[in-house]
Design a protein around this ligand. Sequence first.
Ligand code: NAP
Ligand code: MG
Length: 401
Amino acid sequence: MKKIVMKNPVVEMDGDEMTRVLWRQIKEILIEPFVELNTEYYDLGLKCRDATDDAVTHAAAEAIKEHKVGVKCATITPNAERVKEYGLKKMWKSPNGTIRAELDGTVFREPVTVEGIKPIIAGWKEPITIARHAYGDIYKASEFKIGEGESVVVTVGGESRAAADFKGGGVLSVMHNLDRSIEKFAENCFNYALEKKKDLWFGTKDTISKIYDGRFKDIFNRLYLEKYKERFGNAGIIYFYGLIDDVVARVMRSGGGFIWACKNYDGDVMSDMVSTVFGSLAMMTSVLVSEHGFEYEAAHGTVTRHYYKYLKGEKTSTNPVATVFAWTGALKKRGDLDGNAELSAFAANTERAVLETIEGGVMTNDLLPLFRKDGITPRGVGGEELLKAAADKLESFIRLV
Ligand code: NAP
Ligand code: MG
């Protein structure tokens, strides 16, 4: 079989633990037999980040700006335990946080749906896409412990105000956001909604946070009226703004099928809820869209519990779907940007092969209790076995062409 050639590289960011194992398997079993893979490789595994004083993460972000398309494996964000476990020089920041801050884009997360797996919320007929603002708020905050008797006075533009009365000591977080970043977030959301022809919903707590959250509300509203209202009307879609708690209640009662724009923290939390409703964290794709480029990843972490079992030689069943879709997302985008239709078609066929394998009853254990399809008794397999079954299907698709 002649392999598909890539004109330009994809920035490949390797990661940690179980997903690092899956990463290699996905490449070897599902991609490299069919594609002359052209990547610029960065090892974001914790050991390499520590050895390079995290320079490798910054270099990867720069590379995405240069080549426009990246694919990232899940990585450990170290805490105190990890510092001990890996003997780290320091508690390095989240690589995702670093890359998001450098690219300043919006993260769109959408569940992968398969026939046979119904959402836990029966009313949700179609997937809900979460659009997460990927800059600022608590993710770029300076945090302080305030001791007994200490005080904090904030001075802005000549006006000084005591931050709070810290009697008995407490904590302080200084977070910020930028008009420019909120504007880009809004534009990314409006454009994505137009591209996908789906309604856009947005919620904040502007009744309590009149200045901070109020700014988000106002910027969205201004840009909508100035640039998007007419185009939304022509496309037959709506922009809906509400208070975040009201929006959450409406989302639960909805039929799905819209894009839900969320501030950074809301998007972090709500994307886990949405993916769980549609099946599993491992069935959620994630793409960071920015003016500098596109970065594809899985929404879940490094699946530590499975990795420790794997190290002991025990059988594991880790779902590779989200990581496969990160690769196919990146290859599809590379194909589209380069005018390489063969590569884009390969990516689409790979997704189809994986989904049809699951719909045919072969799946990882996390999906077994969710799967109901007449005439099919589902069989639980390991991640590697699922990839091999999908590769067989993929080969048959390609031979048919
Ligand atoms: P996690 O790796 O997402 O795993 C949490 C649990 O969800 C797993 O124990 C497993 O449940 C289930 N799960 C997640 N992905 C799965 C998959 N592909 N197949 C089957 N089950 C899956 O989250 P975590 O345990 O909180 O975090 C582990 C590490 O990942 C941490 O060091 C964290 O810093 C990092 N992390 C990285 C990213 C990222 O790079 N994007 C995101 C989140 C977390 P069962 O154990 O019940 O089977
Ligand atoms: Mg989260």
